[in-house]
Design a protein. Structure first.
Length: 69
């Protein structure tokens, strides 16, 4: 499965992994984890696991609910 295929339909999911967020934002995995650590990429933490709310990604990308439909 390609990286692009892995994140297909991401807008309809409540969260994605940091790796998937990196693919969506077209940045490197390390850059995404650094952004999460520094607070530039908002994440939900569950123990050591981090998830990125898709609402946050839509906000960062300027995607409105109308344009997401």
């Amino acid at each position: 499965m390609s990286r692009k295929t892995a994140v297909k339909g991401w807008q309809h999911r409540p969260t994605v992994s940091v790796e998937e967020a990196a693919d969506i934002l077209e940045i490197g995995r390390g850059t995404a984890f650094k952004a999460a650590k520094e607070g530039d990429l908002k994440v939900l933490k569950f123990g050591r696991r981090m998830r990125v709310p898709t609402a946050e990604l839509r906000r960062m990308l300027g995607i409105t609910e109308q344009s997401a439909a």
